[in-house]
Design a protein around this ligand. Structure first.
Ligand SMILES: *[C@@H]1O[C@H](CO)[C@@H](O)[C@H](O)[C@H]1NC(C)=O
Ligand SMILES: *[C@@H]1O[C@H](CO)[C@@H](O)[C@H](O)[C@H]1NC(C)=O
Length: 412
């Protein structure tokens, strides 16, 4: 075991040195630092592929290295009280402000969902721990950071359901009272796959007749919002961009649903749609929902529907029953559902395969009259919010956090 570990680290260092080159757009700040950071991620990814190929560890297990490397033990300090809890059997970390005198004032709450493609990441990574503390002190808010279970050990819908159970439990009047929370000032928020979970949970909550507490806002940071079309202009334009190349995002999507590699291959060629999901392609039609400037020179063609039958399963090859589920792809709901959504903050980055997911959601929400603040970063890259800790701290990450927390301050 130990020997394997040493071998991996040695190989990783060699690969990092080898991969330091990538064409990064000129308007990106701190390009060299990003190149170095990305070369590390790409090396790790190649190492993970190799490891899976030779049967050492599977891909996501090797990629978990980053999650472990940034792991901290969240503890209380003189301003923030930190407690590990379990809500409905799901681990959460609850961060609360420590007030010197009891003003009796009720507090805000943010339920935060970390990113990592539903397969990686943890609320115990130092960037998430720091972000939670920052929100507690800046917003006088209670922050619940959810340690939902991850794929591939737990495929969809487990990660979604973990989050949903936590949110429903937390929204009980008695629970809110015990944390001294104002029920009218609660947010759900997350980045990347966490933004996906936040959007999905917010939608499901609005439609749940047993829920009588409405969220004040949802804040989605470069969210993943649909699995039907993995060839949007942003997927094409940014397929080799750091930190999230197209192959990695496709891997996350396929692992979220299944460990069947034929589904991954079908997704790679964008030929994974089945008749049920194809009927919903209209909701992710970027030729209707992207602003002209983002359509650029790309020509729309609807993803084909798989018709080849896999004799072993009697299914279209690669077809997957979760593909049409809006709890996985929140863009797939009709306008009547979108209309019910609370005030929304959406972050998109120019250099991100997921940019168009966010842009399409913004268009669709605005079309039905939802109050949306859209913050686009023309020099932004996916994952920037996570890069707030030395040595991989980026100015854009800090800027993103500042803008996000300022928005919450004014709107939550
Ligand atoms: C997508 O939108 C275009 C018009 O913007 C339309 O011609 C096309 O039929 C639509 N395709 C689907 C699958 O909705
Ligand atoms: C889109 O279609 C036009 C006209 O057919 C063509 O000139 C252009 O090269 C196409 N763009 C792409 C990115 O394929």
């Amino acid at each position: 075991m130990r020997c394997k570990g040493v071998f991996l680290v040695a190989l990783l260092s060699a690969l990092t040195a080898y991969y330091v080159y990538l064409p990064i757009p000129n308007n990106v700040e701190e390009r060299w630092k990003l190149m170095l950071t990305d070369s590390f991620f790409r090396s790790l990814s190649h190492l993970a592929e190799l490891s899976e190929l030779v049967g050492l560890f599977d891909y996501m297990r090797v990629m978990m290295f980053v999650t472990f490397a940034e792991r901290v033990v969240p503890v209380s300090d003189d301003r923030v009280k930190v407690v590990d809890e379990s809500f409905e059997g799901v681990d959460v970390i609850v961060y609360q402000p420590i007030q010197n005198e009891d003003t009796g004032e009720l507090r805000r709450a943010v339920i935060y969902l970390h990113g990592g493609g539903w397969c990686l990441g943890s609320s115990r990574m130092s960037p998430y721990d720091l972000l939670a503390r920052h929100m507690v002190t800046e917003l006088n808010a209670v922050v619940v950071s959810v340690e939902y279970r991850l794929a591939p050990a737990h495929h969809f819908p487990v990660p979604f359901e973990d989050v949903y159970h936590v949110v429903k439990y937390f929204l009980h009047v008695d629970v809110l009272k015990s944390y001294r929370i104002n029920p009218e000032r609660i947010a759900v928020s997350g980045d990347s796959a966490g933004g996906n979970l936040a959007a999905a949970v917010t939608q499901q909550l609005q439609q749940d007749p047993r829920n009588n507490i409405n969220l004040k806002v949802q804040a989605l940071i470069y969210p993943v919002l649909q699995a039907l079309d993995l060839n949007t202009p942003s997927y094409q334009q940014n397929q080799h961009m750091p930190i999230l190349p197209r192959t990695l995002m496709v891997r996350f999507w396929s692992e979220y649903f299944t460990s069947d590699k034929s589904f991954f291959r079908a997704m790679m060629t964008n030929t994974h749609n089945n008749p049920e999901s194809a009927a919903l392609l209209k909701f992710v039609n970027w030729s209707s929902y992207l602003p002209e400037s983002y359509r650029q020179t790309y020509n729309y063609s609807a993803p084909p529907v798989a018709i080849k039958i896999n004799p072993a399963h009697d299914d279209p090859v690669g077809s997957n029953r979760w593909l049409a589920d809006p709890r996985a792809s929140p863009l797939l709901v009709p306008d009547t559902t979108l209309r019910l959504l609370p005030k929304t903050y959406v972050v998109t980055c120019e250099y991100d395969v997921l940019r168009d997911d966010g842009l399409m959601y913004v268009t669709r929400l605005l079309n039905v009259g939802v109050d949306v603040t859209h913050k686009h970063y023309p020099a932004g890259f996916h994952g920037a919010l996570m890069f707030s800790v030395w040595p991989t701290d980026f100015k854009i990450g800090r800027k993103m956090i500042d803008n996000y927390v300022t928005w919450l301050k004014h709107n939550l």
